[in-house]
Design a protein around this ligand. Structure first.
Ligand SMILES: Cc1cc2nc3c(=O)[nH]c(=O)nc-3n(C[C@H](O)[C@H](O)[C@H](O)COP(=O)(O)OP(=O)(O)OC[C@H]3O[C@@H](n4cnc5c(N)ncnc54)[C@H](O)[C@@H]3O)c2cc1C
Ligand code: SF4
Length: 477
């Protein structure tokens, strides 16, 4: 463990709700440079209010960034908050974890002219964190209740955004989730050092206070089939995300201490939330003092290596079959991991897991990049006679996620899905091929981003409201 690694190790500990804001601010200082009011104003005033708002165009929610920057620059924070929350159900979440370098900030005109982007994400986070502190964020007060009910399967960002928008219209909304806490990947996937859990808990509590019902520990497919659930509601939204890990099919794959990324991240997040986690407490999923190899090059892999650093692993390596330029993960995340002491083994692929009962080493091959494939990316090819061994006490597989088999799980064989298993919807109405059943988020797009899940959830709410109006107009006629 290097000094650099040690510098980061204490950031993961927290008990839910209990740690005062100041302590959190101190702990996260290295991740989010604190945004004091003057700095937010100074940064906001750097916006040139250019005629074509490229930042807004490249934000999936089309947030009115230039206007809320102007309001912030003028010190009119409450108005900035009102404007910001009018297009985004979780601005403080997006401000923290959107890959801004690929979205709003990457397209800032000032950035393009070589003067460094306006730090849009940090300002968005600052505006909404201030709104929470000043008590400007209030539960929904429904003007007129509508006696129609929507059942949402999945309490991730897509389901939560949809529930909030529907509740604003006055509908009765119930969210079902198989986990014990709402939030989906926001609570159990994305690590605490990127997105503090109290941020999610205060959002979901706000939705509860707005009259949205949460039914946790409820797994559709096990506790009720899709059709059984549908009987209780006028409309169903499926927002279940994608959770089936892609596998590595090589000799030794069944040895112990080889884990899918989500097992590792869920255990770590639960620990951070103060839960008793047997597999962590008995050392199985705890990387402290161990040699860790994470296989994969996406953002989930970066979350795994950076979590292992914080757990005081002896060494942390990330193995990826292409080179740094061709990694799918955000360049910022890779840079963070390197700075924290993670060793990257690029152009390398596992050939065999070695050991008797437990994995002890990985035999690997070196790769070279060949000609471009149909996607335009250069295809990695195995370099002959390039085998060597890497020591590993724990291997974490992070090769991405596929959808589960929803038609089979939900006992709804006729539900139409793509070849990859994502749910097919009519892109105009967001309705599946089953009348009254809609779908949104990763289960439609495949593994994507929080900001897209929020956008889908909002769009689904509009379409569901339209559908219910039309249906009830027909009934009344
Ligand atoms: C480790 C990791 C890190 C990530 N980091 C980022 C990041 O930094 N920035 C970013 O923008 N995106 C990130 N993402 C992607 C982002 O989290 C997802 O795109 C987003 O959460 C998708 O939202 P969703 O609502 O569609 O699904 P999810 O968030 O996956 O929520 C789905 C919910 O459905 C529930 N569910 C599933 N099946 C059932 C069932 N049968 N019955 C009842 N409930 C069910 C699940 O328990 C879950 O709560 C990350 C993803 C991972 C895995
Ligand atoms: S939601 Fe994401 S892309 Fe849009 S302004 Fe905020 S940080 Fe940028």
């Amino acid at each position: 463990m290097t000094d650099k690694m040690l510098k980061f190790v204490n950031l993961e500990k927290e008990t839910p709700d209990k740690i005062e804001t100041n302590k959190r601010k101190k702990d996260f200082h290295e991740i989010y440079k604190e945004y004091i009011s003057e700095k937010a104003q100074e940064q906001s005033s750097r916006c040139s209010q250019c005629g074509v708002p490229f930042c807004q165009i490249h934000c999936p929610l089309q947030n009115n960034i230039p206007d809320w920057l102007k309001l912030t620059a003028e010190g009119r924070l409450e108005e900035a908050y009102e404007l910001s929350q009018s297009t985004n159900n979780m601005p403080e979440v997006c401000g923290r974890i959107c890959p801004q370098d690929r979205l709003c900030e990457g397209n800032c005109v000032i950035e393009k002219s070589g003067h460094g982007t306006v730090t849009i994400g940090s300002i968005e986070k600052y505006i909404t964190d201030t709104a929470w502190e000043k008590n400007w964020v209030k539960p929904i007060k429904v003007k007129k209740e509508i006696n129609l009910s929507i059942g949402i399967i999945g309490a991730g960002p897509a389901g939560l955004a949809c529930s909030e928008e529907l509740r604003k219209f006055g509908y009765q909304v119930t969210i079902y989730d198989r986990y014990d806490r709402p939030g989906g990947l926001l609570i159990y996937g994305i690590p605490n050092f990127k997105l503090e859990k109290f941020v999610i808990e205060r959002r979901t509590n706000l939705l509860k206070d707005s009259g949205i019902k949460f039914v946790q520990h409820f797994e559709v497919g096990k506790d009720k089939s899709l059709y059984e659930l549908k009987k209780n509601h006028d409309v169903i939204l499926i927002a279940t995300g994608v959770y089936k890990p892609k596998e590595i099919d090589i000799p030794g794959k069944n040895l112990e201490n080889i884990f899918p990324a989500m097992d590792f991240l869920i255990a770590s997040n639960r620990k951070g939330l103060g839960d008793k986690v047997e597999l962590f407490d008995n050392g199985t999923l705890n990387t402290q003092n161990k040699n860790i190899v994470v296989i994969g090059g996406g953002d989930t892999a970066m979350d795994c290596v950076r979590t292992a650093v914080r757990q005081k692993a002896k060494s942390v390596k990330c193995m990826y079959r292409r080179d740094r330029e061709n990694m799918p993960g955000s360049a910022r995340e890779v840079a963070n991991a390197i700075e924290e002491g993670v060793e990257f083994i690029w152009l390398t692929t596992p050939k065999k897991f070695m050991g008797d009962k437990y994995v002890t080493d990985i035999q690997v091959n070196k790769m070279i990049l060949g000609s471009a494939d149909s996607s335009g990316r250069r295809k990695p090819e195995i370099q002959e006679n390039s085998e060597y061994n890497i020591k590993a006490d724990i291997v974490i597989k992070s090769l991405g996620f596929d959808p589960e088999n929803i038609p089979e799980l939900f006992s709804a064989k006729e539900l139409s899905v793509s070849r990859q298993g994502t749910i097919k919807i009519d892109l105009n109405t967001m309705q599946t091929n089953i009348e009254g059943v809609f779908a949104a988020g990763d289960i439609v797009r495949g593994a994507s981003l929080v900001v897209w899940a929020i956008k889908d959830g909002r769009d689904a709410a509009k379409e569901i409201a339209k559908h219910l109006k039309e249906k009830n107009a027909v009934k009344a006629a």
